[in-house]
Design a protein around this ligand. Structure first.
Ligand SMILES: N[C@@H](CCC(=O)N[C@@H](CS)C(=O)NCC(=O)O)C(=O)O
Length: 274
């Protein structure tokens, strides 16, 4: 079991680092730069392996905000709300988002996993003008921090709340359903509910002191990455929007971006639900 895991992990690492692909992404330019300057180089083909009703949406949104062309490869969740096995053919962990980057000249491909890493990669290689970064180095570091924070600290208690809510809805016969509900409430009360509050209080404070955005009073990649978990936490009632006016206002600002609407439209065109 342990060995199986480490083999999978090694395979995953080789997928992710995949420098053998021969792609030199640092040399790519934005499509607009390419058109404008008539450079012979072109952007790679970018495909987003997109699981329905998932955090993968924010990768589409990021690419749209940067005006980068991409293809969507859609996957539907199964009856257990899990990803289909097909996704494991792309990456051993079978999670979404996955970003496929194909060199137009050589046809070589690399697969990138992990939302924060995908964001970091896209920003580094395709946001040459730094439109979603910050000129101030300290602020740029804060953006990097959020790329780790979102999955490392914010998502875990939300995930626990989600799993506990599933336990409460599960078709378990009485009286087991009653005890399962009690245990779920206890875990939520002792850990995840308080931890969600802790995280939301922190984010509320950051947005209110940063003039309506997460970093430096302006839109950055951190905002696009963080929108999904905060929005879904309100929708699933893991946090009360009334207690977090700055987050609520920020969500409205974020959803008013043209790139939000255009990426959503592209996802809906391939059958995505939100
Ligand atoms: N930390 C990973 C998490 C990826 C992940 O768990 N994605 C979910 C979608 S929201 C998924 O693929 N779930 C499928 C499953 O659990 O079967 C990331 O940020 O990319």
């Amino acid at each position: 079991m342990k060995q199986g895991f480490s083999i999978a992990a090694c395979r995953a690492a080789s997928f992710i680092t995949g420098t053998a692909s021969g792609i030199a992404p640092t040399e790519y330019l934005r499509q607009s730069d390419v058109k404008h300057h008539n450079f012979p180089m072109s952007l790679p083909i970018i495909r987003v392996h997109f699981l329905n009703e998932s955090r993968a949406f924010r990768v589409l949104w990021l690419l749209d905000q940067l005006k980068i062309d991409y293809e969507i490869i859609p996957y539907k969740r199964n009856d257990e709300f899990r990803a289909p096995e097909d996704l494991k053919k792309i990456h051993p962990l079978g999670r979404s988002p996955l970003l496929e980057v194909e060199d137009r000249q050589t046809g070589k491909k690399k697969i990138l996993a992990e939302s924060g890493y995908i964001f970091q990669y896209v920003l580094q290689h395709f946001d040459k003008s730094g439109s979603l970064n910050n000129q101030d180095p300290d602020k740029a570091e804060e953006i990097q921090y959020y790329l780790h924070y979102v999955e490392g600290s914010l998502q875990p208690p939300l995930m626990i709340e989600f799993v506990l809510s599933m336990v409460k809805k599960a078709p378990i016969p009485f009286p087991f359903s009653y005890f399962a509900g009690k245990v779920s409430d206890k875990i939520s009360e002792k850990y995840s509910k308080g931890e969600v509050k802790n995280q939301f209080d922190f984010i509320e404070g950051e947005i209110s002191k940063n003039e309506g955005y997460l970093v430096g009073g302006q839109l950055s990649a951190a905002d696009i990455l963080m929108t999904f978990p905060l929005d879904i936490a309100f929708t699933r009632k893991f946090a009360d929007p009334k207690k977090y006016p700055s987050i609520q206002k920020w969500l409205t600002t974020m959803k008013a971006l043209d790139s939000y609407a255009s990426s959503k439209k592209k996802a809906e065109a391939v059958g995505a639900k939100f």
